[in-house]
Design a binder for this molecule. Structure first.
Ligand code: ZN
Ligand code: ZN
Length: 296
């Protein structure tokens, strides 16, 4: 089992435990705010499941139907996650609206808060693991999961403070008000997750420092070539695609030109892991004056 897959399975298990605890806390207290917190967890559980499927699909090797691989499958799960978050937020807003006009005292509020607090600590630990590992593995689905879980932790802390205030002041309206704030916060984070994954689906270029490394490798290894131009990059999940034109002397043999290409491809592959490089070789009269990679 790969690391990404293990993490996805872990998310599923932790998500189930956290959901159980938060639902218990709601059941003990009847708090709308704690209900909103529990609902958030059901989002996590479904999206963890979606991430699991997406990672499995993304890992499939290229085939005749998908000759460039299946890496983008992960972005779909991230988009789905964002959409789920928004639906949960709207549901919570409705519950809060009803609670606002019919506020009621909570049962066993302290016990409920303790159970909910334990679930929050579990989430916080797991969110840290997901973000760190997701970045290391270049998995947008895992990073999105981790970031979302982290916003959960923050909202859970807010919820706990709100419920505590309600207990201390006896002003039970704090409960639905807190739930509404949770919903607004969730909406905001959900829209950000969607935006990030959409930019991934739109063939975004690699970050500037990675591009700089790729340029350096071309420049260092292009001995014998005249020019490199029209360098383009895009990334899909953990894969990076690189392509450019390499101008060589018109009388250079195909054998020699190919040697240069292999050298550059190997160097880029070493500097930036998981890359696929395509080089278009051209004779001198194709020299360009714009979009040129300076050679050493
Ligand atoms: Zn060209
Ligand atoms: Zn070759």
């Amino acid at each position: 089992m790969s690391a990404a897959l293990k993490l996805a399975v872990g998310s599923l298990l932790i998500g189930a435990v956290v959901l159980g605890l938060k639902a218990l806390a709601w059941w003990m207290t009847g708090s709308v705010a704690l209900l909103s917190d529990a609902l958030e967890s059901t989002v996590n559980l479904t999206t963890a499941f979606a991430a699991l499927i997406a990672i499995r699909v993304a890992q499939r090797p290229a085939d005749t139907n998908h000759p460039f691989g299946h890496h983008k499958a992960e972005f779909f799960s991230a988009v789905l996650e964002g959409v789920m978050i928004i639906i949960a937020a709207l549901f919570i807003l409705r519950e809060a609206y009803q609670g606002f006009f019919d506020p009621r005292a909570l049962d066993a509020p302290i016990q409920g808060l303790l159970v909910n607090g334990f679930a929050t600590v579990l989430n916080a630990v797991w969110a840290g693991v997901l973000i760190r590992q997701g970045r290391a593995l270049k998995s947008p689905a895992l990073v999105a999961d981790g970031k979302h879980l982290w916003t959960d932790v923050l909202t859970s802390v807010g919820v706990a403070i709100g419920v505590l205030l309600a207990i201390l002041t006896g002003w039970w309206l704090f409960d639905p008000i807190m739930a509404a704030l949770v919903a607004v916060n969730i909406l905001w984070s959900g829209s950000r997750v969607v935006k990030e994954s959409l930019s991934g689906l739109m063939d975004e270029a690699v970050p500037e420092n990675t591009l700089e490394r790729i340029r350096d490798m071309i420049s260092e290894q292009a001995d014998g070539a005249v020019q490199a131009h029209d360098l383009r990059t895009r990334h899909a999940g953990r894969m990076t695609f690189v392509e450019f034109h390499l101008v060589v002397p018109g009388d250079m043999t195909v054998f020699d030109a190919h040697e240069i290409c292999d050298r550059i491809e190997a160097a880029i592959g070493k500097a930036v892991p998981d890359t696929q490089v395509t080089i278009h070789v051209e004779p001198e009269h194709k020299l360009k004056h714009t979009n040129v990679v300076t050679l050493e």
